[in-house]
Design a binder for this molecule. Sequence first.
Ligand code: PHE
Length: 436
Amino acid sequence: MSEKARENFGSRFTVIMALAGSAIGLGNIWRFPYMVGEHGGAAFIIIYVLCSLFIALPIFFCESILGKSTGKDTFGALESVAPGTKWKNEGYIALLGSFIIVSYYSVVGGWSVDFLIRSFMNDFKGESLEEAAGVFHNMNASVWEPIVSLTAFLGLTAAIVAIGIEKGIGRFAKVMMPLLFIMIVIIVVRSCTLPGAGKGIEYMLKPDFSKIDGPAIAAALGQGFFSLSLGVGCVLTYSSYMRKEENVFYTGVWTAIFDTFFAILAGFAIMPAVFSAGLEPSAGPSLVYETLPVIFSRMGPLVPIIFFLAILIAAVTSAMSMLEVLVTWLVDQKGLSRKKATTLFFIACWIVGCVCAVSPKVFSICDFMSSNVFMMFGALVFALVVGWKMKKEDVRTQFTNYGTSHKAGAVFSVVWFLIRWIAPIGIVIIAITNVL
Ligand code: PHE
């Protein structure tokens, strides 16, 4: 452990922007809007909010409490609250989870670099959907192109992380996140005023409670975990850089509000445009890299630029948080300098990223494993450690910030019950539902 005073994010605004930066990412843009439409519109949004409130947010609090109270990396935090036990081994699983996610996530981040450059060159103008699909397939088939873009994306992420917590990650997030909101609002306005946009709005909002079944609830929870970056130590690590007077309750609630609000905005940016073009919505790469470039380029040359810049910012701020989990571990546990640690993990993630870039099979295994195995397992461990290993009074002290937050004090008993019972039971049921 280095004896130097631990860096911190500085202001509360910076912490919230950094956490929101981690939370708001590809999950909000390419999965959430589609999931909402498929699983019953507003009915799904209600279920999503309930799952986030009763399961995901309590886990967020657990990670935040572990990080802030110990001021250590995932491994060190677990060792501090449950010394001499096996719980700290979750630290390795969280490291592996973050490592795998940042590697394949960087491939997708790389595509957005590529598409941003194409947008600047007005490449999509007048293209048909088939041609756009061809562009995406050719890009991936070329092998070197996705690798060059992956290198640019990961390089940018690593450069910011190498600068440090306050001057690197914090400063980038506090400037870019407000910009990201402005950009998405511009697209929402453009998109919702197109002829025929009403159908897209209806797709997002029309409640259909008959579609709310077991799989829909499991999907809502899985999405909530992915979106709030839970279970792989990101929230824990960022929280370890909070100032002592910071408020875990407040930062958690605001992060969740921004994250959900942004996901809904992304839906209103995308779906009305898709329907107005007379197309059927889809999710994932085909939506963002095949359908949307064509639709957005019809709305003017600036729209694709704004859109891919928004995706790039959202993806970089999320990738930073995963890389930071790895870097903090090397710095805290192995005593490496931040720059060395970042360089080492840049190289390691780049190698795995290259494999993901050329092998769609490895890519989808990484995607599946991260959200279904690593995140769920990690979230369960964090809930059990805080709920059953820490003393109730210690958790209360941390949650209410030494009794100074009256609002946190007022909800503590409910949160404590959620952490001990509802969150772990919920995770186990969902995990079983996913396997069956
Ligand atoms: N929350 C990010 C998103 O929605 C993804 C992420 C997962 C980030 C896990 C960090 C850790 O895209």
